[in-house]
Design a protein around this ligand. Structure first.
Ligand SMILES: NC(=O)c1ccc[n+]([C@@H]2O[C@H](COP(=O)([O-])OP(=O)(O)OC[C@H]3O[C@@H](n4cnc5c(N)ncnc54)[C@H](OP(=O)(O)O)[C@@H]3O)[C@@H](O)[C@H]2O)c1
Length: 281
């Protein structure tokens, strides 16, 4: 069995690859630019070119693949339905799709539509509907934390159900290890507690031993600041959109699906902050 890991250079794909490797499962890493990937990661991985916007890359990327870790990247013009069609034609046996918590109630988002497409394809699937990535703190929130010692995001006082991407990756790799057990199941994977960003700032202050605050900007102030710092408008709107449900108090649900699937407790945010501390130094 060989798994195709899409989005390998991103948060989830990379951790899925690590988890598959730890379990001794075979996998190939899909990237848009194989040369760049080899330069960056060396020869430890088997890279194959895949661009969801370019159907000419689909067949070759899927050759010899039995299972797919499928993520949906940001950006438009993706030929996702065609990719699924090709996977079906090439008799892929299982897709584990990275979706988002509550996707089933949100018909206007990509994940709702993609889940529907995957179901329609008839390929056995597992949906991993994820809470808010802890790794956002070392990704798009990193610069402000590092430079200005603040979490700068328009999330109000609402709580969100943080999850460590490494825990998601564990669930994903288990779905490939025993696809029959996880066939046509949907899991909502969160950490064990919902937190607001003031609490996260306190925890960062405690673990990193440096004062971090949460400044709770309005969406308008956030946008103005980000535009004045040259950030892309599309990206800014996505960040505002992601945090709006949190602000409304709609993102705080936690589940025990991680414990049920893995038999373990999910990582706490303190562990995540400790493990990733070099990102903010
Ligand atoms: N952040 C959260 O809190 C959160 C929570 C729940 C669900 N999610 C979902 O997680 C997904 C994002 O996952 P992530 O954070 O792991 O990704 P990420 O770190 O944003 O990385 C994006 C990945 O997609 C690849 N990519 C971009 N355009 C592509 C294309 N046209 N064809 C093929 N690959 C392409 C990138 O590869 P290149 O190196 O080629 O650019 C990169 O590996 C989204 O669907 C999001 O909705 C996120």
């Amino acid at each position: 069995m060989t798994v195709l890991v899409t989005g390998f250079t991103g948060n989830s794909g990379y951790e899925v690859a690590q988890s598959l490797r730890n379990k001794g499962l075979l996998f190939k890493c899909a990237v848009r630019n194989t040369e760049k990937a080899i330069k960056h990661y060396g020869n430890k991985y088997d890279f194959v070119a895949l661009d969801f916007a370019d159907p000419d890359t689909f067949k070759r990327a899927l050759q010899g693949v039995n299972q797919i870790f499928l993520m949906y990247p940001p950006g438009g013009s993706l030929r996702f339905a065609e990719f699924l069609e090709q996977a079906k034609q090439m008799e892929v046996q299982h897709i584990t799709y990275l979706s988002v918590k509550d996707a089933q109630f949100l018909p206007f988002i990509h994940h709702y539509k993609n889940e529907k497409l995957i179901r329609k394809s008839g390929i056995p699937y597992t949906f991993v509907r994820a809470g808010y990535f802890m790794q956002n703190l070392n990704d798009f929130l990193r610069e402000e934390i590092k430079e200005n010692r603040r979490i700068f995001v328009p999330a109000g006082k609402g709580k969100t159900s943080f999850v460590d991407v490494r825990d998601l990756a564990e669930v994903v790799s288990l779905s490939f290890q025993d696809p029959q057990l996880h066939k046509n199941k949907a899991y909502t994977i969160t950490g064990s507690e919902a937190l607001n960003f003031s609490q996260v700032a306190e925890k960062m202050t405690h673990v990193l031993r440096v004062a971090i605050s949460y400044t709770n900007p309005s969406a308008k102030d956030f946008k103005q600041y980000m535009v004045s710092h040259g950030k892309d408008k599309g990206f800014i709107n996505v960040v505002v959109g992601i945090h709006f449900p949190t602000k409304l108090g709609l993102a705080k649900g936690v589940t025990s699906d991680y414990q049920k699937v893995t038999g373990k407790q999910p990582r706490k945010i303190e562990t995540y902050i400790h493990d990733y501390q070099n990102f903010w130094k």
